[in-house]
Design a protein around this ligand. Structure first.
Ligand SMILES: [Zn+2]
Length: 428
């Protein structure tokens, strides 16, 4: 069984669900078939991440801010007609099992001392991301952050049926990380949605998928690979790391070989490897991707190693994940919902850094939710850049200035009822 398989929904029709260790090239081809814009969208997403990382010291970017606290809802999809909770081989897993999983996430993402998630590696990172079971549901009522839904189906193909999960029960993707726990039919034990530009409603969703409301965002994990206690756990993936790994994808992280021989995961501090560590032991492994033999990082959460071997996200993975949250509209809206930027009575904007050498940010504050338009003019009044955002709260937006020459410009932000402008100086 695969430790994980992250594929986008439209792949389902084309890709065999067998263990396709080297299916990256095939998968890419299929993604392109399903969505002609795939390559372009992916390239744009990667470009945006790189641009954000150039600015990662900017005080005005959320990338550099401290701990993100993400509300989580766990949807248990079970086939236990009696609704009995917990016990062996019960898909209706206990609250205790779910809480044991959340605990692991916070140990791993905080590199917490004294836990399995700690490491002494010089490139080991505290991701500064925390997960907490939601305390308020979408209607503002108190909740445990756990839902339970009976469905008269013994097991599921997570890849092709992910959208069905999402349509059984889902909470606003922009306010919660949705996690579904169910029984896999054996093809994969985990599945996650990447944070690509979700204005597209799933990178490779076909037009029919969108019409059919087959929209998915979040993570699915098999109930035997969830948490560290209380139910029936698998022998290899029994320490909660399947979800740590899957949320890594949800945050934009790739497998450490990007699913090809010695592939690039865009993180320089994760050694390239020929293949993923799909074994049941923690034996050291060497890689010769750089010509000479050196140790592979089998302990990386984005490898396929058994749970007991894993204990590290790297500093570059941290930067990438946090930048991906900034680059993805849905993740960005989740962040602002989670850690709101203070509102102001009237529209207030602040462009920083200013002067700017790369893409600056504009902090936009106002009252409530509004559609906003951000534009950049030259001094003759010619619009050189414009971006529109629907139903936004106060937030920080990036201005893509790479096509602007050195000089003086006007940044204008409009909410439809209010307009505010500020001068921007670009130095190259
Ligand atoms: Zn994976």
């Amino acid at each position: 069984m695969k430790k994980c398989l992250v594929l986008l929904l439209s792949l389902i029709t084309f890709v065999s669900h067998s263990q396709d260790r080297c299916g990256f090239a095939h998968g890419e081809k299929n993604k392109q078939k399903a969505n002609p814009n795939y390559i372009k969208q992916k390239a744009e997403f990667e470009y945006n991440i790189r641009e954000i990382l150039k600015n990662d010291n900017s005080a005005n970017s959320r990338v550099g801010e401290t701990v993100f606290k993400i509300p989580v809802v766990v949807h248990v999809i079970h086939n236990n007609a009696s609704n009995f909770i917990g016990g062996a081989n019960n898909t209706n897993i206990s609250d205790e099992q779910i809480k044991s999983q959340i605990k692991v996430l916070n140990e791993d993402y905080r590199r917490k001392s004294g836990t399995n998630g700690f490491n002494t590696n010089t490139v080991g990172a505290d991701m500064e991301i925390e997960f907490e079971l939601a305390t308020l549901d979408p209607n503002g009522k108190a909740t445990t952050g756990i839902t339970r839904t009976f469905v008269n189906q013994a097991s599921w193909d997570f890849l092709s049926q992910g959208p069905e999960f999402a349509n059984k029960i889902k909470w606003n993707f922009e306010k919660y990380l949705n996690i579904w726990v169910a029984k896999s039919n054996g093809n994969t034990i985990g599945y996650a949605e990447f944070p690509y530009d979700s204005k597209l409603i799933g990178l490779a969703a076909t037009p029919q998928d969108i019409i059919d409301q087959k929209i998915f965002d979040g993570v699915i994990v098999d109930y035997r690979n969830f948490g560290t206690c209380c139910g029936t756990l698998s022998s290899t993936y029994n320490l909660g790391r399947t979800l740590t790994h899957e949320i890594g994808h949800w945050l934009g992280l790739l497998h450490i070989n990007n699913d090809e021989t010695c592939g690039d995961d865009y993180c320089n501090d994760t050694p390239k490897v020929e293949n993923l560590n799909n074994v049941t032991n923690c034996n050291p492994k060497t890689t010769k991707c750089d010509g000479t033999s050196k140790a592979a990082m089998i302990e990386n959460y984005m490898d396929y190693s058994p749970d007991k071997c894993m204990n590290i996200f790297t500093l570059d993975q941290k930067k990438r994940a946090r930048a991906a949250m900034e680059a993805s509209p849905t993740r960005k809206r989740l962040l602002v919902n989670v850690t709101p930027i203070p509102e102001t009575e009237t529209l207030t904007i602040s462009v920083q850094p200013n002067p700017a050498t790369t893409n600056p940010y504009v902090k936009v504050q106002f009252k409530g939710d509004k559609n906003i338009s951000i534009s950049v003019f030259d001094l003759r009044g010619v619009v050189l850049y414009e971006e529109n955002y629907d139903s936004q709260k106060s937030n920080i937006f990036q201005i893509k200035s790479d096509k602007l020459y050195q000089g003086e410009y006007i940044v204008k932000v409009s909410t439809g009822t209010e307009i505010s402008s500020q001068r921007l100086f670009i130095f190259r």
